[in-house]
Design a protein around this ligand. Sequence first.
Ligand SMILES: Cc1ncc(COP(=O)(O)O)c(C=O)c1O
Length: 236
Amino acid sequence: MGQLEGGHAVAFSSGMAAIAAVLDLVPTGGRIVAPEDCYFGLGELLADARQQGRWAVDRVDLTDTASVRAAVTGADLLWLETPSNPLLDIADLPALCAAGRHAGALVGVDNTFATPLLQQPLTGHRTAAAQMTGFGAVLAFEVADAPTADRLCDALAVIVHATSLGGVETTIERRSKLAGQHHLPPGLLRLSVGCEHINDLWNDLDSALQRAGRITSAAALAETGLPTSGPPDRRR
Ligand SMILES: Cc1ncc(COP(=O)(O)O)c(C=O)c1O
């Protein structure tokens, strides 16, 4: 792992354990600059620590390099996550790492979505296309609204409706329904692509999208009083 990452590797039993170990390097009373959009477990940890008066925490939009530069002055730790979970924001890693180092802050990068296969933060590159050699297995997209997103999740047969990501099975989730994620667009779905046959995934998504969309049109038609084609086919 160390060779893949271009540095020295230390193994932890979970991602949150690794994150907590780095955050613990910040002394009580210190200040952490962290992404506005980030893994919700990190968001919760930071909120708790801030509430307990352990650290000052500034959440910043990592796509806005100038505001991160401004925020990092005097900070103890600059925590980066790119692509971010779940909005897939892309940060300019080399610029932000340089800004963090220049400010004398420790810099950490959560590389979960890219993996060392696609991005090596320790060696550095130039912006998304240049800093990644591919775009990873996680994508996010928006449908019209929360009910459409929920219907889409219900209509899927191959893709599993679940929170986890990075497994061999493809999973999907409407993020804003989770506690603490209400700032996200209501129709935002995050899809983590597994190892199923690509055609099975396309077919599953295609028919679920059509079904979720058809229900919207039927509901809209019902409101106008025009005849509808009847209830959608809910077979899975
Ligand atoms: C970006 C990101 N970082 C950290 C974690 C936490 O990893 P773990 O569930 O192994 O604690 C996750 C989990 O989904 C994640 O998506």
